[in-house]
Each structure stands twice: as structure tokens, then as C-alpha cells.
Design a binder for this molecule. Structure first.
Ligand code: NAD
Length: 437
């Protein structure tokens, strides 16, 4: 059957490569609307969990996962052989930076090599991972275009995933998509595919590069603005001005202002990383993306400023950091998610440990974490404490990095000796033992 018809009737078989924060919700959504989905991941534990209907993500409940597994609409595999039966292939693999902040596109490259082994006529391949403009054409197309001709024998497009983990208002299917194909037919087919399960707008662009750039623009916009507000938060701290009050005041302007909020560091797998994919690529054009570099520098310095604030607060009690008991509250990079990637905690806890502090952490969603950095003699693994308000008195300082919902932060302030609150979790200004950024 012709691919257009397969898409129209949802009879197309879809392979989703990479069952993480992006791939798993996508696979489940596709299965829910009726597609037959092959989920593929190199991590066997993830594959086994999916097939047992045990979700490891907040955004996918085990109940809905079990339903699509039971209905045989979704099955997960620990190898790439289902690609031979797939009509559509979505690539949702990681795009990290290496330790020198250079894009690591090895996951995309090796996935493209796997797809090439099974590529057949009529297949549509869509890259969803965030990456620099040019990746689809320069990295994937050469691998796939060796035997078959793009736009004629097979189709290749880019459509960035814009999922916001933990967002209850905008779920995957509600968020508009942009699509750019290598040829017009590639774009058209990819757009038709997304229209079958996305309720938001599906916008066709003129190239894969424009679609790749769109995602980086969105993330750079957030990186630059959040870093700007973090810089102003540090200045406000020195000037004795409450940045949170100022943001609320600025929000009363009905146009021309959009609020961004201070944080101990901008985390997650996208916003702090993707813009550096662009700055890497820009150098090919003798172009320096100075906003991105500056924003990245401010972002990376934030944990240092937070530790300085903690030292300052302890100093008021004549306490050195050494041997002080510090509870780090929250490990996730943002509220109500269990994802610690790029979280400030990986900078702050090793720094406090090096300074001799006795550190515990609490996060209801992250039971265990391992910290390693160049200065620690060996990796340190900590388990989240089981929190009760009574335990707070055991600590000289509570350092709030994440303001998960469902906790009484006013009570936390009352029961703690000192608090450094980087998120404005404690709304009341009456507590004299609370310090903000
Ligand atoms: N997490 C987010 O909020 C988010 C939002 C939008 C876009 N993105 C982008 O989506 C992409 C994926 O991000 P994620 O957060 O889902 O990553 P993730 O690490 O949660 O999941 C990626 C999965 O891919 C698997 N994988 C790696 N190589 C593979 C291979 N060759 N074959 C099969 N599976 C393989 C990994 O085992 C992992 O399970 C990234 O480019 C990211 O920037 C992420």
C-alpha cells in the first residue's frame, strides 16, 4: 500500500528509536491513536520495563502503558531488526555534549547506520532529536542515500520534539509541530503523518535546516533569558532588592514583557545543551554566537553563587562549612519531575563535600544519586533521606534547589535553622532565617 494511504488509515507501522523522555510518550501516543508501534532501545532494562507495562517516566502512566502493550499496539525491542517491517521510523536518541561542550552526534550517526541496514522503498525517516542545522542532510542522508534515492525511493525529514516533561496542560499531542523535509514530498508526508495524532498546528517549512534551527531558536531564547534573570537576581541580592517582587511587578505590563525566573542553574537535557550545538556549527561560518556563550557562562557560574550564599548564611551563625550539616532540598532540574540531568546538585554537592560539609539530600522522585568530579577522590553515592519536618532541626542549613509541589515550605522555614531558597519556594517574607539568591 502507498505510504500516504498507510498514514491516512493509520495502518503504517511506526518504529520509535530511543525510548526515553521523548520516545516513550511518542510511542504510547501513536499506539493510542491506532498505529502499530515498535519501540527500540539499546537499554535492555528499559525494553523489559516497557513490555511489562512498568513506566519509568512521570508523563506516561503504567496504566496507559499496560493498555497499549496489552492491545499489542506497542512492543519494545532490544535490537533494530523491527526496522525491516517499519513504514515510518522516528529517531529520538540523545544529543549530549561531551565534556568539552562539543556536540556528540554519535547516537544519531550509529542510529542512521542501523536504519541504513534495513532501509527499503517507501520508508519515511524522521529525526526528532534536537541538533544543529544541517544534521539531517549532512549526517543522516549520506548514510541512507547510498543505495536509494531520497524523495523518490525513501523520504527523510526533521521535526523537533517540543515536549515539556511534567507539563499537565500541554501534553505531547497538544503541542504544534514544525516539519522540514529534504524534498517537498518528504515534508508533505511527514506533515501528513503528524496531523494524524497531533491536535495542535502542523507547520511545513522549506528545509530540514529551518526546522532544526527552529528548535535551537526556542531553546536559545530560554537559555539567554533565564541566564539574564539569574544575573539580575545576583545583582538584586547584592542591592537588597527582592527579584521575585520585581518580576511580579514587571508582569503587570500587558505587553512586551515575559517572565523568567531565577534558578540555581538551568538544567534538563535540552535548554542548557542545544544552543551549544548551534555555537559549534556557527564556527564553520567564522561566526561566534556571543549571546549563547555569555548565557552559558552565567548559567555555569550559578551553582558557585549558590554555594557562596550558603557559606555566607552559615557565617552569620559563626559556622564554617566544614562539619556543618546541610540538607540539599530537591535534585531534579525543575519542579515535579524526576529528571536530574544537568541539575545544579551535581555542582553543589561535590563542592560542599570538598569543603568538608556533611551533606544529605532529599528528593521525593530521585532515590539515589552518584556524584563525581575531578576533585572528589572517588565517586560518592547518596540516598535521598526520608523526609519528615522533625528532621529539619538536625541541619545547620537547608538549601532549596527544587520546589516540588506538595510540601509546606512555610513549615519548612519555621522548622529549619537556616534556609537558602533559590526558587522562592517560601512565599512569606516574615522568616528572618531565609535567604534568597
Ligand atoms: N527530555 C526532554 O525534555 C526533551 C524535549 C524535547 C526534545 N528532546 C530531545 O530529544 C532527544 C532525546 O532526548 P530524551 O530526553 O528522550 O533522551 P533519553 O536519554 O531520555 O532517551 C534516549 C533513549 O535513546 C536510547 N538510545 C541511545 N542510542 C540508541 C540507539 N542507537 N538505538 C536505540 N536506542 C538508543 C537510550 O538508551 C535512551 O533510552 C534529544 O535530542 C533531546 O535533546 C528532549
Amino acid at each position: 500500500m502507498d505510504l500516504r494511504l498507510l498514514i491516512k488509515t493509520k495502518k503504517a507501522k511506526v518504529a520509535v528509536i530511543g525510548l526515553g523522555y521523548v520516545g516513550l510518550p511518542t510511542a504510547v501516543e501513536l499506539a493510542k491513536v491506532g498505529y502499530k508501534v515498535f519501540g527500540i532501545d539499546v537499554q535492555k532494562t528499559r525494553v523489559d520495563k516497557v513490555n511489562k507495562g512498568n513506566s519509568f517516566l512521570f508523563d506516561v502512566s503504567s496504566k496507559e502503558l499496560k493498555e497499549v502493550i496489552k492491545s499489542r499496539k506497542l512492543k519494545a525491542f532490544n535490537n533494530h531488526s523491527p526496522l525491516k517491517n517499519a513504514d515510518i521510523v522516528l529517531i529520538c536518541v540523545p544529543t549530549p555534549l561531551d565534556k568539552n561542550k562539543v556536540p556528540d552526534i554519535s547516537y544519531i550517526r550509529s542510529t542512521a547506520q542501523e536504519i541504513a541496514k534495513y532501509l527499503h522503498r517507501g520508508q519515511l525517516i524522521i529525526l526528532e532529536s534536537s541538533t544543529y542545522p544541517g544534521t539531517t542532510r549532512e549526517i543522516i542522508l549520506p548514510e541512507l542515500g547510498k543505495r536509494l534515492k531520497v524523495g523518490k525511493d525513501f523520504y527523510l525529514a526533521f521535526s523537533p520534539e517540543r515536549i515539556d516533561p511534567g507539563n499537565k496542560t500541554y501534553k505531547l499531542k497538544d503541542v504544534s509541530r514544525v516539519v522540514g523535509g529534504i524534498t517537498r514530498k518528504c515534508t508533505k508526508l511527514a506533515a501528513e503523518f503528524y496531523r494524524t495524532f497531533i491536535s495542535g498546528q502542523v507547520m511545513s517549512l522549506t528545509s530540514t535546516e529551518a526546522a532544526e534551527m527552529t528548535k535551537i531558536l526556542e531553546n536559545t531564547f530560554r537559555l539567554v533569558n533565564i541566564s539574564m534573570i539569574n544575573e539580575l537576581a545576583l545583582l538584586c541580592g547584592k542591592m537588597g532588592i527582592d527579584i521575585w517582587e520585581v518580576i511580579e511587578a514587571a508582569k503587570t505590563k500587558p505587553y512586551g514583557f515575559m517572565p523568567f525566573y531565577p534558578s540555581p542553574k538551568l538544567g534538563g537535557h535540552c535548554i542548557p545543551l542545544d544552543p551549544f550545538y548551534l555555537s559549534y556549527k556557527a564556527k564553520e561560518y567564522n561566526f561566534w554566537t556571543r549571546f549563547i556563550e555569555l548565557a552559558g557562562e552565567i548559567n555555569d557560574q550559578m551553582p558557585h553563587s549558590v554555594v557562596t550564599k550558603a557559606i555566607w548564611a552559615l557565617n552569620l551563625k559563626n559556622k564554617p562549612v566544614r562539619d556543618s550539616k546541610i540538607l540539599v532540598w530537591g535534585a531534579a532540574y525543575k519542579r515535579n519531575v524526576g529528571d536530574p540531568r544537568e541539575s545544579a546538585i551535581f555542582d553543589i554537592i561535590p563542592d560542599l563535600l570538598r569543603k568538608g560539609a556533611l551533606v544529605d539530600y532529599f528528593d521525593p522522585y530521585i532515590p539515589k544519586l552518584t556524584f563525581k568530579d575531578g576533585f572528589l577522590k572517588k565517586p560518592v553515592t547518596l540516598k535521598s533521606i526520608k523526609y519528615t519536618p522533625a528532621k529539619l532541626k538536625n541541619y545547620d542549613l537547608v538549601l532549596i534547589l527544587t520546589d516540588h509541589s506538595g510540601f509546606d515550605y512555610d513549615k519548612l522555614a519555621r522548622n529549619s535553622k537556616f534556609v537558602v531558597d533559590t526558587r522562592n519556594a517560601i512565599k512569606s517574607r516574615k522568616h528572618k532565617n531565609v535567604f534568597r539568591l
